[in-house]
Design a binder for this molecule. Structure first.
Ligand SMILES: Nc1nc2c(c(=O)[nH]1)N[C@H]1C(S)=C(S)[C@@H](COP(=O)(O)O)O[C@H]1N2
Ligand SMILES: [Mo]
Length: 423
């Protein structure tokens, strides 16, 4: 079963799948507005790796829900394929002599980056969505650099293998029945049974150093092995996807921690990322004494919640979509437009970006920056209510940011201060 055909088929799935994971990963990077202030992206040495091609839009409002749900769900579903692919190339790891030429040395180095990088990305990604922050430092930075290491190995590997791939395709070996490893092989036909169909196969696949020269009797067909990998992938897909679909299907997300949580019923009964208690936000600081500071060229304006409720109120139907891949269906948020608050701060037209600070005492998400296009979008709110009720403390009472198509992390809860023109 082990041989170039099994490996090639899995390799093709991964060629497409890992490319899509890399692209959606880069999109997620761009969605953070990494150029704004230094709060959104704390990767100071990123250099030209920090490039991105376009400013993250606010249309369509479900964009990040889609791209990040895809990134995480497909990533999880590809785990069985990666494991099968690694199993299928195990003989390569023990190839002797270890290095035969410069090209061979480069190829093996690219494999270290490719396999090491891919494993690193899968392990850190899974730990992150499982909320197991075992790794040292910031997940964001590790996953970011890991992706580029992986991609370097991926490109080198594809380039170095291309001549062989083209040779195999041109010779038609992949399709021809004669090339079928194990075609005509009968159980018990081993090295002692002399030259037979197996020898012909070996000759046909002169490069097939994956296939055993002396295979034991097969215990599973190649089709059976593909089915095993496919069923494994499907299982991962079906036990993960629910957390990006929401509604009753959230219960089917058996392998994800957020899938099990019960955020309660009623208007505030949807997924909570971090509760107020878990980040040290006290209820008493969110009630009577709370004031929102709106800052800009017009100076500082301080507003109570009652004053905010007295301003023009607008409704936006928007989801929360977390970098961990889970998302909620649309919630009906109600509050003050960010651009109206920008006008108060001294930007009556064409508002700039805004630096948002939470009253959360410390932690990674206590502040964030939004781009001018996000402030200008009439659906971007400082939300005070959701689904017809006041925000609950865990969803950011007394006020939180909600912006179309933005990653959840930029929807700062328990907002204390908005500084327009600071980013
Ligand atoms: N102050 C503050 N705001 C925050 C966070 C936080 O930890 N602290 N978490 C962010 C993240 S990562 C997400 S996904 C959303 C989740 O919002 P929810 O808990 O209301 O679903 O809130 C964002 N706003
Ligand atoms: Mo998040």
């Amino acid at each position: 079963m082990r041989g170039v055909r099994f490996t090639a088929a899995l390799g093709l799935v991964l060629l497409i799948g890992l490319t899509l994971l890399f692209v959606t990963g880069l999109l997620s990077y761009a969605a953070y507005n990494p150029d704004l202030a230094s709060v959104n992206d704390k990767t100071p040495d990123r250099g030209w790796l920090g490039f991105y091609l376009f400013d993250w839009p606010t249309h369509p409002y479900w964009l990040y829900r889609l791209t990040q749900g895809f990134h995480v769900t497909v990533g999880v579903a590809l785990i069985p394929v990666v494991l099968a692919k690694l199993w299928s190339v195990i003989p390569r790891f023990f190839a002797l002599p270890p290095v035969t030429s410069l090209a061979h040395a480069l190829e093996r180095l690219s494999l270290v980056l490719l396999v090491g990088g891919a494993l690193f990305e899968f392990v850190t990604g899974v730990l992150n969505i499982q909320l197991d922050y075992l790794f040292p430092g910031s997940f964001y930075r590790l996953h970011f650099y890991g992706a580029w290491v992986f991609f370097g190995g991926f490109v080198a590997h594809a380039a170095l293998k291309m001549p062989k791939v083209l040779r195999v395709i041109r010779s038609g070996e992949l399709r021809s029945g004669a090339a079928e490893p194990g075609a005509g092989a009968v159980p018990g036909a081993g090295p002692d049974s002399g030259p037979g169909p197996g020898a012909r196969v070996g000759a046909s696949f002169a490069d097939d150093d994956l296939a055993s020269p002396a295979p034991a009797a097969p215990t599973v067909s190649r089709r059976g092995a593909f089915a095993l990998v496919g069923v494994g992938s499907l299982f991962m897909l079906l036990t993960t996807a629910g957390r990006s679909i929401d509604g009753p299907l959230r219960r089917t997300a058996l392998l994800a921690p957020h899938g099990w949580e019960n955020p309660g019923d009623g208007p505030n009964g949807f997924q909570i990322n971090k509760t107020a208690a878990s980040v040290g936000v006290r209820a008493v600081d969110t009630t009577d004494t709370w004031r929102l500071t709106v800052s800009g060229p017009a100076g500082d304006v301080r507003l109570s919640r009652a004053q905010l409720l007295a301003m023009a109120q607008h409704t936006s139907e928007l989801p929360i979509a977390c970098v961990e891949g889970w998302s909620t269906s649309n919630q009906s948020w109600r509050g003050v437009r960010l651009r109206d608050l920008a006008a108060l701060a001294g930007f009556p037209a064409g508002p700039p970006g805004v630096f948002v600070e939470s009253l959360q005492p410390s932690g990674a998400f206590r502040s964030g920056a939004l781009r001018d296009n996000q402030v200008r979008d009439g659906r971007s709110l400082l939300a005070l209510r959701v689904n017809g009720a006041d925000l609950s403390l865990d969803h950011g009472f007394p006020a939180r940011i909600i912006v179309p198509a933005a990653p959840g992390v930029l929807n700062t809860k328990w907002v204390a201060k908005l500084t327009f023109g600071a980013v």
